[in-house]
Design a protein around this ligand. Structure first.
Ligand code: SF4
Length: 404
């Protein structure tokens, strides 16, 4: 099966209507693509992917996203309504049995018994038989994380539409599926299978979806989301590893993180400091809020990938939990940087906004106390949404004690 041509898998649902099994996941992908995709969190979900999942299962309705009320998104509303109507035909699949250590089987390869093939399963915390509302992996985040492990392989391909990825090196190939299965072909021996699985699982675990809220593990771990942390089933995720919940309850300080991960950890902390300074400087009162006066944004892409590598190399549950939590924080800060850039660009395109209202919004965002609840004034909704991304990052940094 190639990346571009998934096998068709037709099934009959209890209502007698034929649907494609793969449509369950593709409906969420289509719904996500039809959201504003700015990850502001104003709807109560951590990001637009979480909103799309909550929308499809009926946990949220379209009114939860204030952006969709803007004329520029009117077409999205129509498409989302149409997608939403399809959701009652979906049937939640029960979660599969968790094999010991995540290994479904290992056996000699068919063409050479000097190598082995294996199938393994990443666990997202949902016990066997419980309806799996959203699948195991968020396809986009899975691919973002896979991009970060690409340097260890000769070839990495990942489909954000299908939640299907493939990595190859020498003779060996590994496929990743949205339902949590990982297939390996032509691996040297069982020990290599287990070592590889453990590293890959630790790199990709952040893309696991929480069965209760529909948010991804990185968002839950970093502290974005509504529910008390100990009620998210995804915190039990991990087939060959597990999280240390005492770390989740008390986020690591910068010093803890740097001392756990040495020079790489220190360098990631320095990047976060530069990004934080950029966010706060960008929100400092200045005449006209003109983007000409703004500094270029720091690029957190390399730090993000380095943090994925640190997660893969973690030797115990405590450091893995710290690594994944910090990955979630980096993603929030990166989203905050994108938010401030889009805020500036929106202002430049529509300079009619009241400068004093903008200054007030920016000041409260700079302190992480932007008030986003209640009715938002129409013309400001989009600007508030972008500032909400910044506010979310600053609030997390403050909660973690990383606001320098
Ligand atoms: S409120 Fe923000 S995060 Fe939620 S769906 Fe709308 S744009 Fe996305």
């Amino acid at each position: 099966m190639s990346l571009g041509s998934p096998e068709r898998n037709l099934k009959l649902n209890p209502n007698g209507r034929i649907y494609e099994a793969k449509s369950v996941s593709s409906l969420w992908v289509k719904t996500w693509k039809t959201t504003p995709r700015i990850d502001c969190g104003l709807c109560g979900s951590a990001n637009c992917s979480g909103f799309a999942r909550a929308l499809v299962v009926g946990d949220l309705d379209l009114a939860a996203c204030p952006l969709l009320k803007l004329p520029k998104y009117s077409e999205l509303i129509e498409e989302l309504e149409a997608l939403r109507k399809r959701s009652p035909t979906l049937v939640a699949k029960p979660a599969a049995k968790l094999p010991e250590g995540g290994v479904l089987f290992t056996r000699p390869c068919q063409d050479t018994d000097e190598k082995v093939m294996a199938e393994l399963r990443v666990f997202n915390g949902v016990p066997e038989g419980i309806p799996l509302r959203f699948g195991v992996f968020d396809p986009k985040l899975l691919c973002d994380l896979m991009d970060c492990v690409a340097s260890g392989f000769e070839l990495v391909r990942c489909s954000r539409d299908l939640g299907y990825g493939r990595a190859e090196i020498n003779d060996m190939s590994i496929t990743f599926m949205q339902d949590g299965r990982i297939n390996m072909r032509r691996v040297s021996d069982k020990k290599e299978v287990l070592d590889l699985f453990n590293r890959l699982e630790q790199s990709l675990l952040g893309a696991a979806i929480c069965n209760c809220c529909g948010n991804d593990l990185l968002s839950v771990l970093s502290g974005i989301g509504e529910m008390p942390k100990n009620q998210h089933p995804v915190l039990s995720a991990g087939s060959s590893t597990s999280l240390d919940l005492s770390v989740v309850e008390s986020p690591p300080s910068m010093d803890d993180y740097a001392s756990a991960f040495g020079s790489e950890g220190f360098s990631i902390c320095e990047s976060v400091k530069r990004a934080t300074a950029f966010l706060r400087d960008s929100l400092a009162p200045r005449r006209g809020h003109n983007s000409d006066t703004a500094k270029p944004p720091p690029d957190l892409g390399l730090s993000f990938c380095n943090a994925v590598e640190l997660a893969a190399e973690s030797k115990d549950n405590r450091t893995l939990t710290m690594a994944l939590m910090t990955l979630g924080l980096l993603r929030a800060v990166e989203n905050g940087i994108q938010g401030i850039l889009e805020f500036r660009s929106t202002i430049d395109q529509s300079p009619e906004h009241d400068p004093s209202a903008l200054a007030e919004l920016m000041t409260s965002t700079r302190d992480g106390r932007l008030e986003c609840s209640g009715r938002l004034p129409g013309p400001l909704v989009e600007l508030v949404a972008h500032l909400s991304r910044v506010n979310q990052a600053i609030r997390l940094l403050s909660d973690w004690g990383w606001l320098t």
